[in-house]
Design a protein around this ligand. Sequence first.
Ligand SMILES: [Fe+2]
Length: 356
Amino acid sequence: MHLPRWESVLEDQAQAPTILIVDDIDLNRRLLRAMLKTAPYRILDAKRPSSALAILEREKVDLVVVDLVMPEMSGPDFCRVLKSDRKTQLIPILMTTSVQGAENEVAGIESGADEFLIKPLQPTVVRTRIRAMLRNKALIDSLEEAETILFALAQAVEHRDKYTGLHCERLATYSIALGQALGLPRQDQLALYRGGYLHDIGKISIPDAILFKRGLLTDEEWQTMRLHTTRGEDICRPMKSLAPVLPIIRSHHERWDGSGYPDGLRGEEIPLLARILQVADIYDALTTARPYKPAFSHAHAMEVMVEEARRGWRDPELVPLFAEVAHGPIDTSGSPLLGNLPMRQSLENMRRELSK
Ligand SMILES: [Fe+2]
């Protein structure tokens, strides 16, 4: 007996791309549905932009077809709404219109539509465009997934070292607080957030015997250990979206006086975001217990950091600013309400930004 290949059926079902058609004219929506029947798409439609937005809230949509002229909200305005929301900005948009004129096409493309077609629509042209747009979307989806995997890997690296539990989260919080105090743009704050998680990802390539060695490392072992900066950069470099994080990963062990690694950069040659993350990293190392030392109090940690700045290791302006911003270490051991509330809030805000 020939058994049906149900696994592949399920797979196809799960992978059928979802297309949302937004057009106030019933006939247009029916026509488009008919044109797209030749492929196994899952098709949703909406008469109005407001109901389309409601669908986008609850469904995973892979492509939107929208008409230029609609009641409530024009096609270009609808595009702008989608492109300014993190949750929907990567969804490709095909705009259609029966209104002739290059200025309409320009308005459509400027508002963020990826493709523009003038009615009457040719079924083969519509199908080809949509196929190409969905291929692109699948590529973008896979890149995002790759980024998610990297974050998970980075956390796995941190969790192997049981003394640094929740280190990434605190680091992201401290550095964003410092970034906000400096008035850095949101883009840089995002890079700091990601840097908090990814800066030590290169440690994945460092042998355990060196990474977890009790006692002093030999010169040779130090050389290997230092490679975690450049190896981390190599791991993240292929991902375009991580470009702003690369300087943090590479330069988070540089020192203000040029005695750091891997490039021996000095002063402001060291990327600002890397200097910020470093201050946060040191503060966290000082205020948490390690096998070789107890957790220092805020005051004690700041004393050590001011001394290090005086010695020429740290940015002499960032350290005092950090002292003003951080009023104490975050307590991540118990309730999330314990610890430094303003900092927790800034991290929460950042998370919300990221999930938009
Ligand atoms: Fe590091």
